[in-house]
Ligand binder design. Structure first.
Ligand code: LFR
Length: 470
């Protein structure tokens, strides 16, 4: 029987458990369980339904046994920056507040009083995003200082799921770096920084690298799901997992991890924490094997998903694309990273407002609106590519798009047009594949990340993007 590995990958709008295994050198995947994720308003804040998400993980594990495919290990990845606090008995304190919640407004100024932004970047290498854990903790200190006093541990969301699975409290490296609290040089929590911002050191354990085992399923859970397996930390930040699966063995290309967010950048072995780099808001997120993801966050498919939702399910994604193409004479473009787009009550209203403020024609129908969003996204990819080339002093020929966004042909073609690069797509299940690779590497299935990437390139349909007339 093959050795199966289970990857639980939870994104902002859905989660799934996928089994992966190697068959004659080819990576195979089987989706076992899929479930919805969404933001809910609880206690005046946007929160994740963390308990329900865990019950979905358990349901997925049970399903593996029903299929006769119990995995030998399981690992969870999710988005970054969000955390939960635990009391001394391991019970959760408060809700799992989501990063799009408005509680962090103005917190950058509060933190800047304690540490200048340039010093924060030099120490952590992490770009300023209003939702970074450092700012969320500043908000919590204002609203619920008692929660921080009561807390014994802080776990990032996937760490929390690993704890519920295994009983072990680990802080995994890749997700920890998104907090903006990890020191770029020591690759561990920046203990002095924690003192500076008044967050207790006791909340953190030294960070663990991806591939670290977290024990086996807790006995109660074992009984519930009907089998036992190891819990292994993958690169728990979804973007870190996605970039592991870029089908480029030497890692020498620009990648675009395309999903709710568009993360565009390169992999490096040394970070760039210079003022020049900070000025362009590039980040140095921690990756597998301590490779850094030097990248930029771009608002991404969130804008399209939000418009689709707002139009009440009247149109499919394909309809929206067709309407955008039909509205090709519309030329208004916006800065997709405008803060107005992070969590607006109405995305349509926000896009129209930003257009109006910029003095350009305002989109008047869904076609014009989608045309504006699609072109503005691809335009920002083009700008980011040029920034990467300027900052690194090198030219790249290839751009690899990975993740769910690869299914959007129109965006793929626009990406080629605006970046001027040779664009490749795949794998679509990048995050899941990366999660699996970390577990397989730990098990000795591949000798190195380069070999694992070679297997990805041979196992999935990697296509070059062409125009319709080529
Ligand atoms: C993508 C992602 C990005 C991170 C954002 C918030 O899902 O993880 O990398 O900047 O979500 O955590």
């Amino acid at each position: 029987m093959a050795s199966y590995y289970a990857a639980v990958d939870i994104g902002a709008s859905s989660g799934r458990l996928i089994l992966g295994w190697l068959e004659d050198g080819t990576l195979r995947l089987r989706e076992v369980h899929r479930f919805q994720n969404r933001l809910v308003k609880t206690g005046g804040h946007l929160c994740w339904e963390i308990d329900r998400l865990f019950s979905e993980i358990v349901a997925g594990l049970k399903r593996c046994v029903e299929l006769g495919m119990p995995p030998q290990s399981v690992g969870v990845d999710t988005w970054g920056v969000d955390y939960v606090l635990l009391d001394k008995d391991g019970g959760r304190i408060g809700d799992a507040v989501a990063y799009r919640d408005g509680r962090t407004a103005g917190m950058d100024a509060e933190v800047a009083k304690l540490i200048p932004p340039e010093e924060l970047y030099a120490r952590t290498g992490i770009q300023k995003q209003p939702f970074n854990t450092i700012y969320q903790l500043a908000a919590l200190k204002k609203e619920h200082p008692e929660q921080l006093e009561q807390a014994a541990r802080l776990l990032m969301v996937p760490d929390y799921f690993h704890y519920l699975l295994s009983g072990a409290m680990k802080n995994e490296y890749t997700n920890a770096t998104t907090s903006q609290l990890v020191n770029i040089a020591s690759r561990d929590w920046d203990w002095e920084l924690l003192d500076l911002i008044g967050v207790p050191r006791r909340l953190f354990e030294p960070v663990s690298a991806p591939g670290t085992p977290a024990g086996r399923l807790r006995p109660e859970l074992r009984a519930q799901v009907g089998f036992d397996c190891e819990v292994v930390l993958p690169a728990t930040h979804d973007t870190a997992s996605a970039v592991m699966s870029v089908p480029c063995p030497d890692g020498d290309a620009i990648y675009l991890s395309s999903g709710t967010w568009s993360l565009i950048g390169i992999e490096r072995t040394t970070p760039d924490c210079s003022e020049k780099s900070r000025g362009k808001n590039f980040t140095n997120e921690g990756g597998y094997d301590y490779r850094y993801r030097y990248l930029k966050n771009i608002m991404g498919l969130w804008m399209i998903q939000s418009v689709k939702r707002e139009l009440g399910g009247k149109y499919t994604f394909d309809d929206l694309c067709d309407m955008a193409i039909a509205a090709d004479r519309f030329t208004t473009r916006v800065d997709v990273n405008a803060p107005e787009f992070l969590a607006p009550d109405s995305m349509i209203g926000a896009v129209r407002e930003v257009c109006r403020k910029s003095g350009q024609p305002v989109p008047n129908d869904p076609g014009e609106l989608m045309n504006c969003i699609y072109h503005s996204l691809a335009k920002s990819y083009g700008e980011a590519v040029r920034e990467i080339e300027t900052l690194t002093g090198r030219a790249y020929e290839d751009l690899h798009i990975v993740g769910g966004g690869t299914k959007d042909d129109y965006l793929n073609r626009l990406t080629r047009q605006y970046t001027g690069k040779r664009v490749h797509t795949g794998p679509t299940e990048a995050t899941v594949v990366g999660n699996l690779l970390a577990q397989m590497l730990r098990d000795g299935v591949f000798p190195s990340l380069s070999e694992a990437r070679r297997a990805v390139a041979n196992s999935f349909d990697i296509k070059e993007v062409r125009n319709y007339n080529e």
